[in-house]
Ligand binder design. Structure first.
Ligand code: DX5
Ligand code: ZN
Length: 216
């Protein structure tokens, strides 16, 4: 069964703690935190202070997705604030291998994300060093966008690449995940699903999580 990581980007920030508790009680496996800098993506969201507040709101691991330029400058601050997994974009890291190892040296698990148009080949020579690959299924920057189907073949390709290299990794998908797109991703090989609007816009979040898990 795939694990579920609700993205707090779709939460009501006026009640952030209650929102996080509600998805924890709904059966979520981790909390996905979208960090945007207004440069790498055309939106600005949150920084280490909100990560620290989120950490105090839940016992679940924090899966922190950095959509920022020069992430190496801020990785120590995000780990210090409580990030359990830190994911950087390959497109933002000219020295990706070094950045992945910086995350690990700080004591967090390391993930690498790629945009919908970025070929999976960029992952090949860091796959043995990462805990997670995040395949964007929308162009990053905003919640509530439509799933890009062309990414499905990239999920299968990463799964094959991981199997060939004997690498045990999370294959995470992010963007436009709902009860129709989740099964397609899982079938292709994803084992960690991020969902923002699909979960937070529902009154019954337990049902939303179960549906994504493939339960009902
Ligand atoms: C997009 C973010 C996603 C976003 C997903 O840039 O990385 O995590 O919150 O939102 P939905 O599930 O609404 O597409
Ligand atoms: Zn994200």
């Amino acid at each position: 069964m795939a694990k579920i990581a609700p993205s707090i980007l779709a939460a009501d920030f006026a009640s952030l703690k209650e929102e996080i508790v509600s998805v924890e009680e709904a059966g979520a496996d981790m909390i996905h935190v979208d960090v945007m800098d207004g440069h790498f993506v055309p939106n600005i969201t949150i920084g280490p202070m909100i990560v620290e507040a989120s950490k105090r709101s839940t016992a679940l691991p924090l899966d922190v997705h950095l959509m920022i330029e020069q992430p190496e400058k801020y990785i120590p601050a995000f780990v210090e604030a409580g990030a359990d997994i830190v994911t950087v974009h390959a497109e933002a890291c000219p020295h990706l291998h070094r950045t992945v190892h910086l995350i690990k040296e700080q004591g967090a698990k390391a993930g690498v994300a790629i945009n919908p148009h970025t070929p999976v080949d960029v992952l090949k020579h860091v796959l043995a060093d990462v805990d997670l690959v995040l395949l964007m299924t929308v162009n990053p920057g905003f919640g509530g966008q439509s799933f890009i189907e062309g990414v499905l073949e990239k999920i299968s390709a990463v799964k094959t690449m991981a199997e060939d290299g004997n690498a045990t990794i999370w294959i995470e998908v992010d963007g436009g995940i709902d009860d129709e797109t989740a099964p397609l991703c899982v079938q292709a090989g994803a084992n960690l699903l991020v969902a923002g609007s699909y979960i937070f816009k529902k009154d019954d979040r337990g049902e939303a999580v179960r549906k994504l898990q493939g339960g009902e």
